[in-house]
Design a protein around this ligand. Sequence first.
Ligand SMILES: Nc1ncnc2c1ncn2[C@@H]1O[C@H](COP(=O)(O)OP(=O)(O)OP(=O)(O)O)[C@@H](O)[C@H]1O
Length: 307
Amino acid sequence: MTTHDTAPGAAVLIEDVHKAYGQVRAVDGVSLRVEQGEFFGILGPNGAGKTTLIEMVEGLREPDRGTIAVLGTTPWPRDVALLRRIGVQTQASAFFTRLTAVEHLRTVAELYGLGPDAADRSLAQAGLTEKAGTRVDKLSGGQRQRLAIATALIHRPELIFLDEPTAALDPEVRRTLWDMLRALRGEGRTIIHTTHHLDEAEALCDRVAIMAGGRIVALDSPGNLIRALDAPTRLSVPAGRLSVHKAEAVDGVARAYEEAGEVVMETREPGRALVAVGELTGLDQVRTRTATLEDAYLRLTGSEHTA
Ligand SMILES: Nc1ncnc2c1ncn2[C@@H]1O[C@H](COP(=O)(O)OP(=O)(O)OP(=O)(O)O)[C@@H](O)[C@H]1O
């Protein structure tokens, strides 16, 4: 086992890592540091290199070049002691499908040398206690997703990898899972979260790395990435309430147009424009939209494609 001089506080330290498949440079010189206790997002379009990067961090693939330290240890070649300190949830999580949820978890607990209480605890943590006696193949998609997370958490790992944990879940279940993930972070665990759900990354992540073409094109907190966009605020009112012509003349409005039954006004002085719109139409049904992480993501990954 090789240990690195990771500065205290780093859960993962990646330095100039490269990985190619033939001619495809899947990961092309990535460096980043994830702090302990951080909720860190990895975002990027299909084929950006996220999975390849994460698999190298998890010790499933060997980098061609560069170094990776996970909890102070090199993950390749695979290190059993490290595996006990990390938890991995993937889209293809394997279950003992003919067992009940609790039997499945107790079996996994035994594989880690843990008692049944570990299974009961992670079942409760995932909000699945009610489904303890349900066979895994009878669980809904969302319940299975939670079971995958419960399975990844059973041995109380310090570092948790989540891959699209809320894919295909209904909005209510997604929010419940968000609460669960926030609680994990509250316990001081480090979470590395790969997702295409930008609202989720914005709501949960302390920082995100946006990848495109095997490289990191941005790395910052969602708030800073959004602010860096310097995008206008959009105010909108139902189309019948105000003409585009009048909207253009509103104090503080830079541009106005009609879209999906609404007149949209772009402004860099939202306070001033809102007061003026309020005087014209009243504030009832006026909507305000500021830039989101999705806007920042589209700008950053779009420019990368045209580069
Ligand atoms: N086993 C493999 N053999 C050959 N090429 C691969 C292999 N795995 C990935 N690639 C290629 O490497 C590049 C990066 O793929 P990767 O799966 O890491 O991206 P990703 O960001 O995880 O994408 P997605 O969001 O679609 O999961 C892609 O061009 C992909 O086609």
